[in-house]
Design a protein around this ligand. Structure first.
Ligand code: NAD
Length: 453
């Protein structure tokens, strides 16, 4: 039987139109309830993340639970100022006397579709923004991280009335059915391929979309860089969550003279972080599914150290000379790190600009002139100098892609903007009515208009 969510959407829309989500006090109460529920279930969430991805409790806290709790805290603290109406100037010589402001109004009923790699954070962080902006929400977690899907569903069902925030579980068929109906906004995190499906479906109802997608995020290591720090930070950012991070360094372009030493340093840090056999490390993740295990392990010249039964692939830096290597065909989304020697920043910029705009770009250099070149000559969702991933941790920065890596952004205040419409409000004065705009038009008024413009 075909699934139909129209009745569900109608119920949520009626709830939205009742106006109950408008007062900030209601939104804050909802966020506090969510926070308390997350608190209550934090052990279960941590266990679920371990079951789905072998995620360590440290990473569960830092990148999922703690991250979301910080978003909630920031949202509650700043909600008044982030949603406040903004008074703007009114050019009296153009409009006549009056006043103007921009008000932030909720978009309405929003659909959030999430992926499996940070299966808690990527449901909850957008949800926090949607609630704070006064939306009614339906979320669909990923079916590929079933343990987290279950606890997310439990938390949402316990914390909210279904008319306010609902959770729908299931796979692609459910997702497709959700995409058939006229939401007021769709917030999608996932692959570029499915992003296109979402955007096509949204076009049928002219639904605005936020697309948080992926792609190949490059790293460039300049001749003038702190090589040790670069290796340490790249090893951390690439192998966290076994490389299944949307903004993980996908590949490294490195000055030829540093290539061998960089690989040696990477190997050292991999051992420092995960021991001589990362399979035994409680801090090293597993690949989400057999499909992804087969896809990623096929990129390796030697699979001897991979373990299909446990979906284990070791951290694997590989030097490649040509860009037609299988690891360069698509986003890796796993612990394989191709390292490509280049001669200089020119070659790196050319290489990057010949490919789709990435979600993130990491440049290791001590030279300001090189930094300025990457700022001005490349385009990416985010740009980081001498580090990886950390831009995501600063909620003062909007997080999102550009071009094929996505559209729209969120985190902190940007989440409120993401789930809101900026409504222009102009109030005209009724006591004075300047006659110039009304026909019949006269030559002298046209002259005056010409002068004004
Ligand atoms: P995915 O696109 O396969 O799935 C994401 C969601 O879409 C899931 O809930 C899934 O059920 C649904 N879906 C899958 N196929 C569908 C279809 N044909 N029609 C409708 N819905 C469908 O992505 P994934 O494998 O879960 O996640 C990995 C991708 O997500 C990577 O590309 C990664 O870079 C990206 N990602 C991006 C961010 C970001 O913030 N930009 C964060 C995490 C992951």
């Amino acid at each position: 039987m075909k699934i139909n969510f129209q009745t569900h959407l109608d119920r949520q829309r009626t709830y939205f139109h009742s106006g109950v989500t408008r007062p900030l006090s209601f939104r804050k109460k909802a966020l506090k309830k969510l926070n308390a529920s997350i608190d209550r279930y934090s052990a279960e969430i941590t266990q679920a993340l371990y079951d789905d991805l072998h995620k360590s409790s440290f990473e569960a806290l830092a990148t999922e639970i703690g991250y979301v709790r910080k978003e909630i805290k920031d949202m509650i603290f700043n909600m008044e100022s982030w949603t406040a109406a903004e008074k703007v100037a009114t050019p009296i010589h153009i409009t006549g006397p009056g006043s103007s402001k921009i008000i932030t109004e909720p978009l309405g009923v929003s659909l959030i579709i999430a992926p499996w790699n940070y299966p808690f954070q990527l449901v909850m962080a957008p949800l926090v923004g949607a609630i704070a902006a006064g939306n009614v929400v339906t979320v669909k977690p990923s079916e590929l991280s079933p343990a987290t899907e279950k606890v997310v569903a439990k938390i949402i069902r316990e914390a909210f009335d279904e008319s306010h925030v609902a959770v729908v579980t299931g796979g692609i068929e459910v997702s497709k059915a959700l995409l058939e109906i006229p939401w007021n906004h769709i917030f999608f995190t996932g692959s570029t391929k499915v992003g296109k499906i979402v955007m096509k479906a949204a076009a049928d109802h002219l639904i605005p979309v936020t697309l948080e997608l992926g792609g190949k995020s490059p790293t460039y290591i300049d001749q003038k860089a702190n090589l040790k720090l670069a290796a340490k930070r790249v090893a951390w950012g690439k192998f966290i969550n076994a490389g299944q991070t949307c903004i993980a360094p996908d590949y490294v372009l490195i000055h030829r003279s540093h290539c061998r030493e960089f690989v040696k340093l990477l190997e050292k840090y991999i051992e420092d972080f995960f021991g001589s056999d990362p399979k035994k490390s409680s801090d090293y993740g597993r690949i989400i599914s057999n499909h992804h295990f087969d896809r990623i392990s096929a990129m390796l010249p030697n699979k001897a150290k991979c373990d299909p039964a446990n979906r284990y692939i070791p951290p694997s830096p590989i030097i490649i000379e040509a860009a037609d290597h299988p690891s360069m065909e698509e986003e890796i989304f796993g612990p394989v790190l191709p390292i490509i020697p280049v001669s200089d920043a020119d070659e790196a910029i050319y290489f990057i600009n010949a490919r789709p705009k990435p979600l993130a770009m990491y440049i290791f250099t001590n030279k300001n002139s090189v930094k300025r070149r990457f700022e001005n000559e490349t385009s990416s969702g985010g740009l980081v100098f001498n580090d990886v991933i950390m831009h995501l941790a600063n909620s003062e920065l909007p997080f999102g892609g550009v071009g094929e890596s996505g559209m729209g952004n969120y985190h902190g205040k940007f989440s409120i903007d993401c789930f809101s419409h900026k409504k222009s409000v102009y109030s005209s004065n009724t006591l004075i009515d300047i006659p110039l705009r009304y026909p019949p038009y006269k030559k002298w008024t046209e002259k005056l208009l010409n002068w004004i413009f």
